[in-house]
Design a protein around this ligand. Structure first.
Ligand SMILES: NC(=O)c1ccc[n+]([C@@H]2O[C@H](COP(=O)([O-])OP(=O)(O)OC[C@H]3O[C@@H](n4cnc5c(N)ncnc54)[C@H](OP(=O)(O)O)[C@@H]3O)[C@@H](O)[C@H]2O)c1
Length: 272
């Protein structure tokens, strides 16, 4: 038996559902890729840093014998999202699971930040996420099956001082997910919103964030966050907050007046 037939046996024995992951070049996205590859899924990895995507793809092909397609796309260009879907269609790749994960935050006073920086964040975290969801939901609806995970944030559950635009953007993601969960259910599509707390990814650096000692203590690793996301998506849940400490914080937010939980969060997240 030659090497190719071994590869063929591996891919044919494992279910070959295509999973598309945005922001797969680091953090949660990279971890989603690792966990889905381990389950034997074929992957489409999307981000801007091609070298990182290619290195990850090669590792996953070797370790798990899965098919991996790399797509270098700047998602802030909505036209590029449409072109991505067209390229995949030409290759007969139909996406079964969409992990809509690419995004970033910026910490700092709203009025001090250049308007351009805030609008770029809104573009990626809101407009591009909406475009990716729309494009692939249409395709899934035709096949009457699919799963979509939207990565929101614990900060989506309240307005956070010095994270005004980011927490508002993630509130949009959370609400979009909740609404689409019901709306797309009759079409056989599951939509789940994942609300992680601060986690050990490239996020804090990209957000130019000062991580306070309390936050460092609460920080989760990407693996359990991603596991919770995949589990909830497979179970068909509307929304999930991963990790016990984050769940406690979410309950604190839901169960207390705004002046109280906003003051506590501002204190915990205060930039040095
Ligand atoms: N880590 C946390 O504490 C935390 C908490 C709550 C929510 N989140 C959310 O989790 C998601 C993933 O972030 P992360 O924590 O994993 O941070 P990360 O390690 O910085 O990953 C962000 C990913 O988004 C991609 N990305 C950024 N801009 C892009 C663009 N214009 N086009 C395409 N891809 C782009 C990046 O890839 P390239 O730079 O290669 O393009 C990277 O792969 C984000 O939506 C974030 O808001 C994170």
């Amino acid at each position: 038996m030659n090497r190719n037939s071994v590869v063929y046996m591996h891919t044919s024995l494992k279910s070959k559902n295509w999973v598309l992951i945005t922001g797969a070049s680091s953090g949660f996205g990279e971890e989603f890729a690792r966990q889905y590859a381990k389950q034997g899924h074929a992957l489409v990895l999307v981000a801007r840093r091609l070298d990182r995507l290619q290195a990850l793809a090669e590792t996953l092909r070797q370790e798990h014998r899965v098919e991996v397609v790399v797509e270098q796309v700047d998602l802030s260009d909505v036209g590029a999202v449409v072109r991505l879907q067209e390229r995949l269609r030409e290759r007969d790749i139909a996406i079964d699971v969409l992990i809509n994960n690419a995004g970033y935050g910026l910490q700092g006073p709203f009025a001090d930040a250049p308007l351009e920086a805030s609008l770029s964040m809104v573009q990626l975290d809101i407009a591009s996420l909406t475009a990716v969801t729309h494009v692939f939901a249409q395709e899934m609806r035709k096949r009457r099956r699919g799963k979509i995970l939207l990565v929101a944030s614990l900060l989506a559950h309240l307005g956070v001082e010095n994270f005004a635009v980011y927490s508002a953007a993630k509130a949009y993601v959370l609400r979009l997910g909740e609404a689409l969960h019901r709306e797309l259910k009759p079409d056989g599509i599951t939509v789940t919103a994942l609300s992680p707390g601060l986690s050990d990814t490239g996020f804090a650096k990209a957000a130019q964030m000062s991580v306070t000692p309390v936050l460092r203590l609460l920080m989760m690793q990407p693996a359990p966050v991603v596991r919770a996301g995949i589990r909830s998506l497979n179970a068909g849940h509307m929304s999930v907050v991963p990790g016990l400490a984050n769940k406690v914080m979410a309950m604190f937010i839901w169960g207390t007046p705004r002046w109280l939980h906003q003051a506590v969060f501002a204190r915990v997240m205060k930039a040095q």
